[in-house]
Design a binder for this molecule. Structure first.
Ligand SMILES: Cc1cc2nc3c(=O)[nH]c(=O)nc-3n(C[C@H](O)[C@H](O)[C@H](O)COP(=O)(O)O)c2cc1C
Length: 194
């Protein structure tokens, strides 16, 4: 038997994401945006859902670009603060002391101290009720060099990203690697599962 729950209790966990954009005056602003995800592989694209009331919304509309910086556990408090204050009222980067770096490929800033960064150029803006879905073509994706293993793969756990449970409004750290994708289920293929 199953009981009814909300969508946000199922499509979880989400990595905690911080979206960066410049305002009209050129001030770098950051906001916590949990509603984010990959939406296409060709061209590589991500989507973020932003309420029109957010300062970030105005900034992205004007500049047509945004970044996603994914924090490590070490910067959880700073990332949470980016979701508590508005860039209309505060210079959030000055308050946290984090470093905003101009994107090399798009007109938007990212956070140097966070281990993962995507630079995105807006290709679509879709109004969906409460939120605007900004789709951004990924112009660059980078991770801190020390996170790569000898084979050139990113050691995801080493980045210590944080997941956000929007149902309980809580953050979770990410645990151990529990198996290889496209592989741990392969035993069923041998059992006649095609
Ligand atoms: C964990 C977390 C996740 C959030 N996710 C979103 C989101 O997906 N979309 C959104 O519009 N606001 C989201 N917010 C709220 C904004 O981050 C918040 O309103 C912020 O103050 C906006 O900053 P800005 O006005 O400088 O853009 C989230 C806040 C937190 C703490």
């Amino acid at each position: 038997m199953k009981r009814s729950i909300g969508v946000k209790e199922i499509l979880f966990p989400n990595p905690m994401c911080v979206v960066g954009a410049y305002d009209e005056a050129g001030k770098a602003n950051m906001a916590a945006i949990a509603w984010a995800g990959i939406v296409a592989s060709v061209p590589p694209s991500v989507g973020i859902s932003v309420r029109p009331s957010r300062y970030t919304h105005v900034c992205i509309k004007r500049r047509g670009a945004f970044t996603i910086s994914v924090p490590s556990l070490h910067y959880l408090k700073e990332a949470d603060y980016f979701g508590l204050a508005s860039g209309r009222d505060a210079d959030k980067l000055a308050v946290t002391g984090l470093t905003a770096v101009r994107g090399a490929f798009v007109d938007a800033p990212y956070i140097e101290e966070f281990p993962y960064v995507l630079e995105c150029a807006v290709t679509h803006s879709i109004e969906i009720g409460s939120h605007t879905l900004f789709v951004g073509e990924v112009k660059d994706a980078r991770a801190d060099a020390e996170l790569f293993d000898e084979q050139g793969h990113v050691d995801w756990a080493a980045g210590q990203i944080v997941c956000y449970d929007m149902s309980a409004n809580s953050y979770y750290s990410v645990g151990e690697n529990v198996g290889k994708a496209f592989s741990v289920g392969a035993g069923f293929l041998q059992k006649g599962g095609a």
